[in-house]
Design a binder for this molecule. Structure first.
Ligand code: FAD
Length: 434
């Protein structure tokens, strides 16, 4: 009580841990608040860890971080009710000395990351909810109130790493509540199976891993994806669908997940498993145009709270870690220069972020969310059905001549979308992707 910190970090997820670590390592007096019983207890992710982002923060993380499997194979599936058409990429190059992507379990991983943050010298308070920001009459942030007795704590700067809902930032009028068309609701289950069964079903050896990402009629016309990730002794399986899409279609996410699990291409992969965990969480999906103001007098916002999520590539944790780390670095740089934590100085965080892959990638795909939402029936229903039909016609041998098959396939595409529709879909996709 009465103690003032250089910085308070709200949240001990990917972004908050990266920010707290960066500042504590530079000698700042940092307090981190986490509402959960322990870091990771409230957090949900698929989860793929992108090593590059963490390696820049903790280069030797592979020595003791709780990693499940390193990924050697990625499968992208386009599904209809009975089939999937897939692109699979598998390479022995991924069996490298420093693998590029791992599956992780957030409850374990966040605890490990938090231990590193503590070792760096940060004070971490769990089971502590930051209830509101302390602001002066001009809105400048000077600290936070918590649900602990006498819970007001002052700091030069507050790092908002509170995740996608971002209640504190919204309450303090620093950002708006995310809109239903800029967040997806993801539901996920953990299916436990013996290690050797997982290895056999996916053709894996030792700690190799495989990921399946699937789109199509499984999301019932709602923009969304299904996913399946292999851990050591479990499989994470889930779906994420746009909230406004779910509401418009009056679909319930767990019904969609049930159907995904029972799809003939998925069912055998999880057969005989024991379900031990179920979780639901939002994912920011608004892309570049949904990013709020990222800094102000006495505050910065990072990670999901800043909507930094790349829907097109299904990356979030790496953007969260990178933004948290850059925010922490910028704050430490300002302090080293003897500067105060005012908006003009904290703009350094934004300029660092602009030069990183985070903003460059989000800017590149800024039209993608709009494209996916506006064309959901075609992308998630019509095309998957057409592609499945075309693939089946291609492989089925039934006495029909190849020419007649090709004519029938072209006719089906033209009937569903027309020549002009096909061209305009291709042009819009190319524009959204570029
Ligand atoms: P979070 O990890 O959500 O952390 C926020 C923290 O703040 C939490 O610990 C929370 O308890 C705490 N908190 C919130 N409010 C308060 C408060 N008022 N006081 C104190 N503490 C508070 N990304 C990937 O890179 N790869 C994937 O495979 C992937 N899969 C995903 C699958 C699912 C189902 C979901 C939901 C997300 C997935 N993501 C994935 C996205 C990724 O999980 C997020 O981008 C990442 O977790 C964001 O980190 P963060 O620190 O900003 O927020």
């Amino acid at each position: 009580k009465g103690e003032k910190f250089d910085a308070i970090v709200v949240g001990a997820g990917m972004s908050g841990n990266a920010a707290a670590y960066a500042m504590a390592m530079r000698g700042l007096k940092v307090l981190q608040l986490e509402r959960g019983e322990y870091p990771g207890s409230k957090n949900v992710q698929g989860a793929i860890l992108y090593a590059d982002a963490l390696e820049k923060i903790i280069p030797d993380f592979r020595d003791d971080a709780p990693l499940e499997r390193h990924l050697v194979e990625q499968r992208f599936w386009i599904m209809d009710g009975a089939s999937h058409t897939g692109i699979h990429y598998r390479s022995d190059d991924f069996n490298e000395r420093r693998p590029n992507r791992y599956t992780i379990i957030r409850a374990q991983f966040d605890r490990w990351f938090s231990a590193k943050v503590r070792e760096a010298g940060c004070t971490v308070l769990c089971e502590t909810l930051a209830t509101r920001l302390i602001q002066d009459s001009s809105g400048n942030v000077t600290g936070v109130c918590t649900d602990r007795p006498g819970g007001a704590i002052l700091a030069d700067v507050v790092v908002l790493a509170e995740g996608v809902n971002g209640f504190l930032g919204t309450l303090g009028r620093l950002r708006e509540t995310p809109k239903p068309d800029s967040v997806a609701l993801a539901v996920k289950e953990m299916h436990f199976l013996p290690e050797e069964v997982i290895a056999e079903r996916f053709g894996l050896t030792a700690d190799e891993g495989c990921v399946i990402e699937a789109g199509g009629t499984i999301s019932r016309g709602v923009p969304g994806l299904g996913f399946l990730y292999t851990n050591k002794e479990s499989i994470s399986i889930g779906i994420g669908c746009l909230v406004s899409g779910l509401a418009a279609a009056m679909e319930r996410p767990y019904d969609i997940l049930e159907a995904f699990k029972h799809h003939p291409s998925i069912r055998p992969l999880i057969a005989g498993s024991e379900v031990k965990e179920y979780a639901a969480h939002l994912i920011p999906e608004g892309g570049y145009t949904a990013i709020p103001q990222l800094f102000g007098n006495g505050w910065v916002v990072v990670g999901d709270a800043a909507q930094l999520n790349n829907t097109a590539h299904r990356e979030g944790s790496n953007l969260a870690m990178t933004s948290g780390y850059l925010a922490g670095k910028a704050i430490a740089d300002v302090k080293d220069r003897g500067g105060s934590m005012v908006k003009s100085n904290l703009a350094l965080y934004k300029s660092m972020l602009d030069s990183s892959f985070v903003i460059k990638d989000l800017m590149k795909h800024k039209e993608m969310p709009r494209f996916l939402h506006a064309n959901s029936q075609n992308l998630f229903v019509s095309y998957p059905k057409l592609i499945s039909k075309a693939a089946q016609s291609f492989v089925r041998v039934d006495g029909t001549s190849k020419l007649d098959k090709e004519k029938a396939t072209s006719a089906a595409f033209l009937k569903a979308r027309s020549r002009w529709g096909l061209i305009s879909d291709a042009v819009r996709l190319a524009r959204a992707w570029r």
